[in-house]
Every structure is written in C-alpha cells, then in structure tokens.
Design a protein around this ligand. Structure first.
Ligand code: GYE
Length: 337
C-alpha cells in the first residue's frame, strides 16, 4: 500500500472529547443509530451529516473503534447515522445505498472484505457523495471512487510480529512449528498481516507455518480453531493470531490441552486492546503489534475537509508501536481501551 499522507496523532483527542461531553453526552448505541429521520439531504440544522457503516462488534478493537467514532462525531458537531453490518458485506452495501438515498453529506465505512465494492461506490460517486474509507481498504482499481483512506499499515504489523519472532528464535536448533489464526477471510487486515508475517519469518528457515486458518477475528473462533490445531499438530511452538481476541480464545484451548500459554507455546498477537495487554503483562502472551482503533477524531476532521472541497492526503496512517511483556506492564495502567 502507498505510504503517502500524514501520520495520525492523538493530540487534541482529549480536548475534543471534553467539548463533546459538554455539548450533550455521547452518541447512543445500537444497531442502526440513524440520528435524525430527515430524508431530504443535510441535517436541516446546518450540521454535517455522516453515514457510517461499521463492520460489526467482533472484537475489543471494534468496540473501541465504534466508541471513538461516536464520541468524535458528537465532539465535532457532526450528525452521525451509524449502521452495524454484523459482519456481512450485503448489509454494508444496503447501508451505503440507504445513506445515498438519504443524501448524507459524507459516507464513511470500514469494509468487511476488500473486494466487491465498485458498483456501490460508483453509485455514491454519481450521487456526488464523497466516501472515506476507514480502517480497512478496498481493492478497487479506480481510486477516484473514494476520497481517502485512514487506517493502519497491516503489512507492517505482520512484519513487526515476524521480526520479533525471528530474533526470539534466533538460536533455535531445530524446526519451530508455527500455527496462524487468520482474521476474517478476505479482509484487508487478514490478507496483509499474513503477508507481512510470512515475509519476515522467511529470514529464518527454521520457522515454519504448519497450519493457518481463519478464526474470524473472534474469541469463539480463536478457541475453536486452536482446539483443532492442537489435535492435529503434536508439536506447536508458536501461535501467531491476527488479533488479541482470537489469541484470548486460543488461551482457553491451550490451557484445556494441558499446556502453559506463553511458555510451552509462544503467543504473538495484533491490536493491544486492554484484555490483550493484560494477558501480555500476565505472561500468557509474549508480544503484541499495536493497531490503533482511535480513528474518530481524524475521520471527523477529514469529513469536514472533504465536504468543504479541500484537498486531503490519499492515505492517512495511524501511529503504531509494539509491546513486550515488560512494556505491557508499564503501559497497562494508562490503557484507555
Ligand atoms: O485488528 C481486529 C478487528 O480491521 C484493524 O478488525 C481491524 C481489525 C482488528 O476485528 O481486532
């Protein structure tokens, strides 16, 4: 993915939140939180109207992301029509068509999978409604179908995870067997994290992925697939899970199989949500590559710029770091999500 654009900083988030709270509380929760029912375009009160289609509620990351978007919309004085697609692309397409019909000012969405968006994006373009991609990318060849993309570099996250493992297992004499819990099939973070990790571990021929399957980014999925991995593979040395939640689900399967997570099996995950950081601090995980869900403030800022016809960078990248067990212990008391 192109590396142009600016870096997201979290400066200003506190101030924006404070303004939002003073302005009358947080946006409500619920499946289809459609704000006003005005169908004639605009909010009728001068506010910018944003239609936002969320993937679902599959993980701690997603919950933090939804909260960030709702809180930042309130803080920025943006009317938010929020739709939860419950993990289904068809629901997202329906939601986008609804937003087009309602003539919202800006559409933002986090595409559940990468492919299959051209038709509906073209419909938005024809209706002159700008689209901002958040968190996950689409594979459309026509880049004019959306204004900008804000989110993380998932290939880099996979690479950071793999590079840590290469160092950790540098002195391993024999084969190191790795199992991989992939995210949702076809999702950008699943495709890209797999790719980055594979590229990094190629540096040590001892490191071998012996099984790789989707756990759909959920705890239940992670637990179930890890159970299968454990049954089918007598020697598992490492688990790479594409997010914390699948890693947390896998912990149960590993313990139930009589193994000690973090010792018998080295566990690497992505995200760094609170529960993941706790597992890392407790010695059950070994390493986390961070992925920030706090995209709301920057998204609202971009929406205002896009609406005003201002130029925006093609890609706005989030700031990320990595955590070892010691670093997780230090960071945990101040972890907000
Ligand atoms: O890592 C995972 C969530 O798209 C970056 O989706 C996001 C991913 C995140 O379900 O926990």
């Amino acid at each position: 993915m192109a590396k142009t654009g600016i870096t997201l900083t979290r400066r200003g988030l506190g101030a924006m939140l404070a303004v939002g709270l003073l302005a009358g509380g947080l946006a409500g929760c619920g499946n289809s939180d459609t704000g006003g029912d005005d169908k004639s375009g605009g909010s009728g009160n001068g506010k910018l109207v944003m239609g936002f289609s969320q993937v679902g509620a599959e993980s701690g990351w997603r919950t933090a992301n939804t909260n960030s978007i709702k809180e930042s919309a309130t803080a920025a004085g943006i009317e938010l029509k929020f739709d939860d697609a419950q993990g289904k692309q068809e629901n997202q397409i329906k939601a986008l068509r609804n937003f087009i019909q309602q003539k919202v000012d800006v559409i933002a969405f986090s595409p559940v999978v990468e492919s299959g968006w051209d038709t509906v994006l073209k419909e938005a373009k024809d209706a002159k409604i700008p689209v901002i991609l958040t968190d996950r990318a689409v594979d459309s060849a026509d880049k004019s179908l959306y204004k900008t993309f804000i989110g993380s570099d998932f290939v880099k996250e996979g690479k950071l995870a793999g590079e840590w493992l290469v160092k950790e297992k540098a002195s391993a004499a024999g084969p190191v067997n790795i199992v991989e819990l992939q995210g949702t099939t076809g999702a950008a973070p699943a495709n890209d994290r797999k790719k980055g990790f594979a590229e990094a571990i190629a540096a040590n021929p001892n490191l071998k992925v012996v099984a790789s399957q989707s756990g759909d980014f959920t705890r239940a999925g992670g637990k179930q697939v890890m159970e299968q991995f454990l049954k089918a593979n007598p020697k598992i040395d490492v688990l790479f899970a594409h997010n914390d939640d699948m890693g947390l689900g896998a912990l149960e399967a590993i313990t139930a199989a009589g193994k000690t997570p973090g010792k018998d099996i080295t566990i690497i995950t992505v995200d760094a949500v609170k529960d993941g950081m706790q597992a890392l601090a407790d010695g059950k995980f070994n390493f986390i590559a961070e992925c920030s869900p706090l995209l709301g403030p920057q998204l609202m800022d971009l929406a205002k710029k896009v609406k005003a016809g201002e130029e925006v960078p093609a890609r706005v990248e989030t700031e990320e770091t990595t955590f070892t067990q010691e670093q997780a212990k230090a960071a945990l008391p101040n972890r907000k999500y």
